[in-house]
Design a protein around this ligand. Sequence first.
Ligand code: ADP
Ligand code: MG
Length: 280
Amino acid sequence: MDDAKEWLIEANDLVRVYGDGEEIRALDGVDLRVKHGELLAIMGPSGSGKSTLLNVLGALDKPTRGSVFINGQDMAKIENKAAFRANTVGFIFQLHNLLPTLTALENLEVPMAGRLSARESRARAEELLGLVGLADRRDHLPNQLSGGQRQRVAVARALANNPPLILADEPTGNLDSAAGHDLMQLIRELNLSQGVTFVIVTHDLAVARETSRILVMEDGKMVREDVVGSPLEEDLKVWAHTELGRQIVSGAEGKIEGFDVSDEQLEEIRSLLLQTGESS
Ligand code: ADP
Ligand code: MG
């Protein structure tokens, strides 16, 4: 039962060949299934085909062979690619690509131009700035924002038309690790609160570990897949090694000092900590 709607992205045997004569197989038989609401990372060495894959998924490039279905739609049959991209896919790039002479707010209005009235797009742009925590930077130009803030605007811009899918190519590539971490926290929040699916290409394992699944590419092929623990599991793993965690796991009877929960809750936490301990 391979109902295409079950998957937000379903790509089959994608091949993308560049050049003639000495040809480069940037994609060499990639299959990919992504569920609605996933937060996914794609890693792999430079030149392994990550950007090519994102471009094909986002209809910026056409595969030489193979098929891509987004939300059940066969991309080969979509006539108006620009409209498809505007409605269905948001992009975030390593360089924010904000227009330098427009304010943060105005940059957000650009993708909505012609789709919403001026007043509606202003309201939506303000809502989006709030969503990415930049309400107080609305009138700043890109060069008056930090690198992390610029990428937040780029994230908000990608969300402008409420697409179900956002493709991000090295979104933290130009940020220091603290700003990169903050950006990933924002992306995680938006993934949960807005239900947006994110596919994030990254070199940075710390970034990839903020997602729930990591795919690894090499020479145009998917070579490995890792499932990352949920954020809750990660927190529990840390907690299991604290004094309190140890007391709970060791099955201390009755009340634990300074930890005021019911016996029932305590039992539930204990079983979570034990499960987490087994899986790590
Ligand atoms: P990654 O994003 O993983 O670094 P890319 O998808 O950019 O890799 O590139 C995969 C391969 O395809 C590389 O060998 C690259 O040189 C080649 N390639 C990418 N874009 C083009 C292009 N427009 N023309 C020719 N070769 C290209
Ligand atoms: Mg690339």
